[in-house]
Design a protein around this ligand. Structure first.
Ligand code: 13P
Ligand code: SF4
Length: 364
């Protein structure tokens, strides 16, 4: 790899300008050669990097070709003409890209990049739920494994969750696996929701009390929350929506002071774009899975073509249908307005195993 040569310094100068207030100047000569190398490798291998809004600013602003929320990245994976996609995000996002672009090589730079929601449920749990609630359609959040998506009728993301649930035109749905997202959707629709006890380990940490304290210490702050937070947190926030909706809100409204109640890197990424006009108050909760992706392992991933994401054919055919159903629905994103608190049935392994659920009929 080249060192911090004049050629590297000149080529990377515009990138440094974007993030110079976010990283110490002494670090730039160390990371600039890596950024330069990744951008060269992308051209050489006909690869693109899809980065989620939670990636660190060096990845988001300096090597990513496309950035966005889960829905935008899924659509982008389908549209790109590159041969290789490096997913700077977590494993379920890489699997979703593979489902939508089976002919492309999909790489995830670290196998540590999981997700507490995806880990909360497996295919057998969904089959049990379907036996307990026969005929009730299953909507699964995109933050799930391909195995779980294969058991579902349709996927959703936080950008389109309300519209997907309502778009099914039924009175009751099973919505998996995020307890809080499901409750937040239930509060805004007449469709009855049966939820699963899964939580995002980052968003469950925020509390409504903490937000009220910020309102005292930072008067006038606009509080924006992701719908993976509890209904009490959303009730206290001024606005709630997917990661991209939160970014759009800041761009459109330019509040003097804003607090994004979500993973910390988002504030860094938006502030690098918007400049000092908006002051960011940062209640910092990091996602360890998102942070498993680094410039170093992105470079290794491109060089060694690792770690390739593969999905067994019998799962991918069914899981693709669930993701494609969501994209075909083409629903407009809907933000989370204030709702009315509703009771939601929450299932988990204990409740399923304590029930006598009839076994699936055998025709042998
Ligand atoms: P978005 O779909 O809003 O980007 O959220 C994905 C995620 O993992 C949030 O924790
Ligand atoms: Fe999963 Fe939460 Fe991390 Fe998003 S922030 S990837 S939901 S653990």
């Amino acid at each position: 790899m080249k060192g911090y040569t004049p050629e590297v310094a000149i080529a990377t100068e515009p990138l440094f300008e974007k993030i110079k207030h976010l990283i110490p100047a002494v670090e730039w000569p160390i990371i600039a050669p890596l950024i330069y190398k990744i951008n060269e490798l992308k051209v050489e291998k006909n690869a693109v990097i899809l980065a989620h809004n939670y990636q660190t600013p060096d990845i988001y602003h300096c090597v990513a070709d496309f950035v966005g929320d889960s829905l935008q990245l899924a659509i982008q994976a389908q549209e790109t003409e590159a041969d290789i996609i490096v997913q700077a995000g977590v494993y379920f996002m890489a699997e979703t890209s593979k489902l939508l672009s089976p002919e492309k090589t999909i790489l995830i730079p670290s196998l540590e990049a999981g997700c507490s929601l995806a880990a909360s449920i497996n295919g057998e749990n969904v089959r049990q739920l379907k036996r307990k609630y026969p005929g009730v359609p299953v909507v699964t959040y995109v933050n799930t494994s391909a195995e779980v998506k294969a058991e579902a009728d349709i996927c959703c993301t936080s950008a389109n969750a309300i519209a997907v649930v309502e778009g099914l035109g039924v009175e009751r749905v099973i919505m998996l696996p995020d307890e809080f997202l499901s409750k937040n959707v239930a509060n805004l629709t007449d469709v009855e929701i049966i939820a699963w006890r899964g939580r995002c380990e980052v968003h469950e940490k925020f509390t409504a009390n903490e937000l009220r304290e910020y309102r005292v210490t930072s008067p006038g702050v606009s509080i924006l929350a992701h719908p993976e937070c509890s209904p009490e947190v959303l009730e206290e926030a001024d606005f709630a929506g997917s990661t991209s909706s939160l970014i759009r809100y800041v761009n459109d409204n330019r509040p003097d002071k804003v607090m994004m109640v979500t993973e910390c890197s988002m504030s860094d990424n938006v502030s690098a774009e918007i400049g000092p006009e908006v002051e960011f108050i940062r209640p910092c909760n990091l996602c360890p899975h998102m942070k498993a992706i680094t410039l170093e392992n992105i470079a290794e991933s491109l060089e060694l073509l690792r770690y390739e994401v593969t999905i067994p054919e019998e799962i991918s055919v069914r899981a693709r249908r669930s993701v494609q159903e969501m994209i075909n629905l083409g629903v407009e994103g809907r933000d989370f307005e204030k709702g009315e608190f509703k009771d939601v049935v929450i299932e988990d392994e204990v409740s399923l195993n304590s029930m006598d659920i009839p076994l699936q009929k055998s025709f042998s």
